[in-house]
Design a protein around this ligand. Structure first.
Ligand SMILES: Cc1ncc(COP(=O)(O)O)c(C=O)c1O
Length: 394
């Protein structure tokens, strides 16, 4: 028997816990169990029909060959036009790279930036992938536990986390998993701090469009030019256009950073899928009514589920301003039952058929992430099943 020994750089890397939750749900379903999946970070809507048709047209027209590694000129132009319309900033196409989703963008960005020993400041709760990529690069994540400060991220908190090894800061607003929106002033102040301290700011804007009224989407692309130079904006079509499986994301960044990322991409995946790029042009240039409709539906679900979770005994749930996640605090329930959040999530799955993700996966023990990208009926059933388990735990 041959023994496979993985590379040292993978020591400590965990599989994505959010993807693991989805896989666990699929397993139980295959066994014939009824499962309510509140774990998936994925829109439950189909990709809008105009985008699907554009992909079909691209296939018909034979758009199936390699494109430049960093994406087609046409898609980069569409991204530049979209960002200019949204933010008033016109990026040159040399400052744009298209990737196979936000995840690849972030991987390329960190691999091109981080040296062994560099520190990356990451507010917690954080998206599970950030620290994994930093560790892969040999860097160290320095967490700011914002959940202990009312989920408020400020430049002052970032400043206090700085050391001579600090290289970059990652801000994700609206946040996965908390749904928190960082106020634009705070993002500007963090960008100013980065400019003053020779740091790079990565703004993960995967949920950019999903901000609930009266809030409005804010992109770091709209910061003044002098600040923007040090900012990489990571955008994705996955959530905005219900295009998770299409794998299209993009970065807006310093052209030299984009050139390095392009090099990495040219030796890893080459271009993002060609006909998906053509469909992405339709997503960005076509009618945007479907985005508004999805946002309105997410809002209706949020407005139902957050008070429902907050009303559970021993649970408190703050109102998320964006994305499609609720992040309730279960610490009172867990302390009473003598359980850790991961045990609770496991029991919810096995005894109540509800998939959630434990807060500890996001660096926030005692919390649970609940995705409300699911029908209202399923959300209602899910919350009832959670209530039953809490009652059984006593
Ligand atoms: C915060 C955040 N950033 C980036 C991504 C990457 O999404 P994709 O690779 O599908 O663009 C996700 C997906 O869940 C996310 O939640």
């Amino acid at each position: 028997m041959v023994t496979f020994r993985r590379a040292l750089r993978l020591d400590g890397m965990q599989s994505s816990s959010t993807m693991a939750a989805t896989a666990a749900a699929a397993r139980l379903r295959a066994e014939g169990q009824a499962v309510i999946d509140l774990g998936a970070g994925e829109p439950d809507f189909d990709t809008p029909v105009n985008i699907r048709r554009a992909a079909a047209r691209a296939l018909e027209e034979g758009k199936t060959r390699y494109t430049p590694a960093s994406g087609t000129a046409e898609l980069k132009q569409a991204i530049a036009d979209y960002i200019a319309e949204e933010t008033g900033t016109r990026y040159p196409t040399s400052a744009i790279i298209v990737s196979a989703g936000g995840k690849q963008t972030l991987f390329n960005a960190l691999v091109s930036l981080i040296n062994p020993g560099d520190e990356v400041i990451i507010p917690a709760p954080y998206w599970v992938t950030f620290p994994e990529i930093v560790a892969f690069c040999g860097g160290a994540s320095v967490f700011i536990p914002t959940h202990r400060q009312d989920f408020r991220l400020t430049a002052d908190l970032v400043e206090r986390a700085l050391t001579p090894r600090s290289k970059a800061v990652i801000v994700n607003s609206p946040s996965n998993p908390s749904g928190v929106v960082v106020p634009p002033d705070a993002i500007r102040e963090i960008a100013e701090l980065c400019a003053a301290r020779d740091l790079w700011l990565i703004s993960d804007e995967c949920y950019y469009k999903f901000v609930y009224p009266p809030g409005r989407p804010f992109s770091a692309a709209s910061l003044p030019a002098a600040l923007r130079e040090r900012v990489l904006v990571s955008g994705s079509l996955s959530k905005t256009y219900a295009m998770t499986g299409w794998r299209i994301g993009y970065a807006l960044a310093h052209p030299d950073w984009v050139a390095e990322m392009t090099k990495v991409q040219s030796h890893s995946t080459s271009n993002p899928t060609t006909f998906a790029q053509w469909a992405a042009i339709e997503a960005l240039r076509g009618g945007q009514a479907s985005v508004g409709a999805m946002l309105a539906e997410y809002q209706a679900r949020r407005d139902w589920i957050v008070p429902a979770l907050d009303a559970l005994p021993g649970v408190s749930c703050r109102q998320p301003e964006g994305a499609f996640y609720a992040f309730p605090d279960f610490s009172v329930v867990l302390a009473k039952a003598g359980l850790r959040d991961a045990d609770f999530a496991q029991r919810l799955l096995e005894e109540a058929g509800v998939v959630v993700t434990a807060g500890s996966a996001f660096g926030a023990d005692g919390y649970v992430r609940i995705s409300y990208a699911n029908s209202l009926a399923n959300l209602q059933r899910g919350v009832e099943n959670i209530r039953s388990l809490i009652e059984r735990l006593g």
